[in-house]
Design a protein around this ligand. Structure first.
Ligand SMILES: *Cc1c(COP(=O)(O)O)cnc(C)c1O
Length: 415
């Protein structure tokens, strides 16, 4: 079962002011979840979540997370600007293929720079010098397994990110020689994980790496950044990851590996995106057309430009028809947007209640990697973002694009 955080009456009230489609965010859910994360890692004094800005790059959402104690993980120039506009002093810069101007802005803004490659040490040194605090991203290579049964979660050996084991040890020697004082390691080895073992297993691997770096490079690691990757249940039959259990799993590895090695002061950082926001966003769209050919289609006013995941990854997003929450699932529909692309489908052969033109559809779990992956194909305009506040009021936090926005980069006068 999946229950929307908003009902039809509220949606109708919002739609009177702001037409569909739009992404709606649930402030209450965002805050509660952030507090649970902090509770789960309260055992670690220096714990900090650096929210992965790419998931939901809206300053109003970022402000809420900042109030809940989060910093920001940025990976581009614009994301650094955004974190600065929000007034954050806690920024992690975890980029790759990093342009010079991005390094310079990250350095000038005092972000913790997380280097993606050995060659970036020299590049950063030439551009701005090596900062006192520096981090390196690790790629363990091969397969990443979560348990003794050898279940493979992902294949870091095929991923473009990070230093190899030899490179990271050599890298820390070089960084220390260049004057760095506080060191961190970072890894992101699997995405949207459905098991509570991902963080603990990753932590075990990173803690052992920290011990190895201490022995071989003579460098004491000050923080371990477990990055993103904790998944959420997009499908209604899955259960959410228990973040408290995950925190305890990391703690057990910490006490087993780091504490005996004299590294009991290590701070744990995370860079969660999906886990922080995905369940607390809905894409609200209206059924505007119906069509019967070899299948039955419901055409809605949103399209893949508002939510790319189904088209890109065949990702499942649950759909609730507002006001028909308890109606029998008597129909089978493809729910589609209007792009001239047949993969522009929010649902394929999905059992749903009978949908009438004018019905409001709630597409679940769009709070992360939803609006932010938006694009303008077929001249479609990006939708608005609206915040459902804790007190039940609502606030436009990004207006919808207009045709003028779409043409702003063109100069018709030279035609
Ligand atoms: C995308 C990304 C994240 C967030 O990933 P989620 O799957 O949304 O948790 C964190 N860190 C880095 C470096 C990323 O690229």
């Amino acid at each position: 079962m999946k229950t929307p955080f908003v009902n039809k009456i509220k949606l109708e009230e919002i739609i009177q002011k702001h037409p569909t489609p739009f992404h709606l965010y649930d402030e209450k859910g965002i805050r509660e979840n952030a507090r649970n994360l902090h509770k789960a890692f309260a055992w670690n004094k220096g714990f900090r979540e650096y929210f992965a800005v790419k998931a939901t790059p809206n300053p109003y959402i970022m402000k809420i997370l900042q109030e809940e104690g989060c910093g920001f993980d940025c990976a581009s120039y614009a994301e650094l600007v955004l974190a600065d506009k929000v007034g954050s002093k806690n920024v992690m810069f975890s980029s790759n293929v990093t342009p010079d101007e991005d390094f310079i802005l990250a350095y000038n803004n005092g972000a913790i720079i997380n280097l993606d490659d050995f060659t970036h040490i020299e590049i950063l040194d030439k551009l701005c010098g090596i900062p006192e605090t520096i981090s390196c991203r690790f790629n363990s290579g091969g397969d990443f397994k979560t348990d003794e049964k050898g279940n493979v979660m992902d294949i870091p050996g095929e991923a473009k990110y990070g230093f190899t084991r030899e490179q990271i040890i050599e890298g820390f020697k070089v960084l220390k020689a260049k004057g760095a004082k506080r060191f961190g390691i970072h890894a992101f080895l699997a995405s949207n994980t459905q098991t509570e073992d991902y963080y603990p297993v990753l932590a075990g691997l990173m803690f052992e790496l920290a011990v190895e770096i201490k022995e071989k490079a003579g460098v004491e690691i000050g923080f371990v950044n477990l990055s993103g990757g904790i998944g959420i249940p997009y499908e209604p039959d899955r259960k959410p990851n228990d973040i408290i259990k995950i925190g305890q799993g990391v703690k057990a590895r910490f006490e087993k590996i780091l504490t005996p090695a004299g590294l009991g002061d290590v701070d744990i950082y995370t860079e969660l995106g999906r886990f922080m926001l995905a369940p607390y966003g809905h894409l609200i769209t209206k059924a505007i057309r119906e069509k019967k050919i070899y299948r039955e289609y419901i055409g809605v006013d949103a399209c893949a430009c508002d939510l790319m995941r189904p088209a890109l990854y065949k990702a499942y997003h649950h759909i609730t028809v507002a006001g028909k929450e308890n109606a029998p699932l008597e129909k089978v529909y493809d729910v589609t947007g209007g792009l001239c692309e047949n993969n522009d489908k929010f649902a394929i052969e999905r059992k749903l209640p009978k949908i009438d033109v004018g019905d409001i559809l709630i597409i679940h779990d769009t709070g992360a990697h939803g609006h932010s992956m938006g694009y303008n194909y077929n001249g479609k305009l990006r939708s608005a973002e609206i915040l459902l506040c804790e007190n039940g009021s609502f606030k436009l936090i990004r207006r919808a694009e207009t045709t003028e926005d779409y043409f702003r980069t063109l100069d018709f006068s030279n035609l």
